[in-house]
Design a protein around this ligand. Structure first.
Ligand SMILES: NC(=O)c1ccc[n+]([C@@H]2O[C@H](COP(=O)([O-])OP(=O)(O)OC[C@H]3O[C@@H](n4cnc5c(N)ncnc54)[C@H](O)[C@@H]3O)[C@@H](O)[C@H]2O)c1
Length: 307
């Protein structure tokens, strides 16, 4: 039996239903007590990023063989607990990368151009032409922190727009082909020269608060920063402070330390002009939802069909 606790594309759910008993309830993610009761008989579990697959949940799942993750980051899954119980974990590698890559390019252009948020002023009868003149992305330097699948797909789009690309990723071989069109830099230098900085690292003990006060202070006054990786890799309070003091020109945040963001939490962002906030949707589009769901349905079917 397969348990699905967050939204999954209907076509993929129906594919699984043809072969297996499927219990699909996207509200279960909000109800850990019911989830822990339901998991008892399940052979497979499918989640997005909100369901916490904890050690306690795993220990209450004696029949569980595999977990499908409708996305990439695995920070909501206790991987050690899964390994100990011989439970396979399948992320949807690559299936939502295009959505995030487009998000990064789009928000880079919006932040640098500064022209797109004047509707209310214009409806009020103003003509804010002077302050709406921003910059092109053409000829600018885009610095990636983490140079895996998403960053490289973003690089491919960026090159078409005449953007120079640099990256920091100490885990990639220096001689690898991935550096063909992108300069391999250390983190401090990348931060000090990039016009657009985009984060693409997983949230781990090592990357937690990687962009702390000290690192953020290296960014140029004219630069913008985009975080569509994970909340927690950047000091949001310090970033908000620097934006308010005009020491960084703009930012787009898709992911946050605490999700979902509530009114109290969002107060730190009040009054900042050149700031785009989105509710963790960098990787979520109609197309990626189909790709991610189909890929995970296939992985789970493959795993459960194995003798
Ligand atoms: N906003 C969204 O909706 C959304 C969607 C998909 C993925 N994500 C996030 O984006 C992240 C990147 O996804 P991906 O598919 O490119 O993953 P990936 O595994 O292909 O790439 C991650 C890269 O980060 C590098 N890295 C790891 N630790 C590092 C460190 N300390 N310093 C520098 N580099 C380091 C790795 O070597 C790897 O090349 C995911 O982990 C996920 O958290 C967000």
């Amino acid at each position: 039996m397969i348990l699905i606790t967050e939204f999954m594309d209907e076509v993929a759910v129906n594919l699984l239903k043809k072969k297996y008993d499927v219990y699909y309830d996207s509200s279960l993610v909000e109800d850990p007590n019911s989830l822990i009761k339901k998991i008892l008989k399940m052979k497979a579990l499918i989640v997005r990023n909100k369901t916490l697959v904890t050690r306690e949940l795993i220990e209450n799942a004696p029949n569980l063989k595999c977990v499908g993750r409708l996305g990439v980051g695995l920070d909501n899954i206790d991987l050690n607990a899964c390994k100990e119980q011989n439970i396979a974990v399948y992320p949807a590698l690559g299936a939502n990368s295009h959505s995030v890559a487009e998000y990064v390019i789009c928000t880079s252009m919006l932040l640098l151009r500064k022209a797109y948020f004047k509707k209310n002023e214009m409806i009020a009868g103003n003509w804010p032409r002077q302050e709406s003149s921003g910059s092109e992305v053409y000829g600018k330097t885009l610095g990636f922190i983490g140079f895996g699948d998403i960053a490289r797909k973003t690089r491919d789009l960026a090159i078409g727009l005449g953007i120079n690309t640099v990256a920091y990723d100490p885990y990639l071989d220096k001689d690898s082909n991935v550096w063909k069109d992108t300069k391999n830099l250390d983190l401090d230098y990348l931060l000090s020269i990039s016009d657009i900085i985009s984060l693409h690292i997983p949230l781990t003990e090592e990357t937690k608060n990687l962009l702390n006060e000290n690192k953020l202070s290296l960014i140029k006054k004219s630069s913008v920063i985009i975080n569509a990786a994970r909340g927690g890799v950047i000091d949001e309070n310090q970033l908000a402070k620097l934006l308010k003091e005009n020491k960084i020109a703009g930012a787009a945040l898709d992911v946050f330390n605490n999700e979902p963001v509530n009114k109290e939490y969002a107060k730190k962002f009040e009054g900042i002009d050149n700031l785009i906030l989105t509710p963790h949707v960098g990787g979520v589009t109609k197309e990626s939802n189909k790709r991610v769901s189909e890929l995970i349905a296939k992985k789970i079917d493959f795993h459960l069909s194995k003798k």
